[in-house]
Write a protein that binds this ligand. Structure first.
Ligand code: S3P
Length: 171
């Protein structure tokens, strides 16, 4: 992949951003960073702990600070964002200023919800289905602002999605 070309995956919780990023980094042979993991590594706390102790506003500040350090200091070409990262204007500006191409991975709410329920990852903003559905609907208008939109059709695995995105990049 061209050295200067960087990609960030956005989309709702459970859509598969981290798995697609993992496959993409293997296919394109480049480094990736998962922003949620980065936050946990840098703060030494889990996202769940940060939300519980300090609240969402404090979490968003930490998330923006971490995004800023990843964008200025790390050489990873593939970045998987948290589901809320792209909904914050300052974060969108940072990503645009750095020339990062953002890809919105979209699938149905039911697909995301199944993955949320199956996953071991603790998600403070998806503790019940109604709250998660409200958030899913509210966030569409932000995800729409991404550079690319990739719809995950039923039956596509995260590897298939990564392969199709990689094909587009080299098209
Ligand atoms: C969040 C999504 C989570 C994590 C945090 C907040 C959100 O990441 O960043 O719990 O606001 O949608 P995933 O999208 O990887 O679950």
């Amino acid at each position: 992949m061209e050295k200067h070309k960087r990609i960030a995956l956005t989309g709702f919780m459970g859509v598969g951003k981290s798995s697609v990023a993992r496959h993409l980094s293997r296919i394109l042979v480049c480094k990736r960073i998962d922003l949620d993991h980065y936050i946990e590594r840098v703060t030494g706390r889990s996202i769940e702990e940060i939300f519980a102790a300090d609240g969402e506003a404090a979490y968003r500040q930490i998330e923006s600070d971490c995004l800023s350090s990843v964008l200025s200091g790390e050489d990873a070409a593939i970045l998987s964002l948290g589901g809320g990262t792209w909904t914050i204007e300052m974060n969108r500006e940072m990503l645009r200023e750095r020339g990062v191409t953002t890809i919105w991975l979209e699938s149905s709410f039911e697909h995301c919800w199944q993955n949320i329920r199956r996953s071991r990852k603790r998600r403070p903003l998806a503790q019940n289905k109604d709250a998660a559905l409200r958030l899913f609907e509210e966030r569409r208008s932000f995800y729409c602002l991404a550079d690319w939109h990739f719809i995950i059709r039923p039956g596509l695995s995260s590897f298939d999605v990564a392969r199709l995105i990689a094909d587009e990049i080299f098209a």
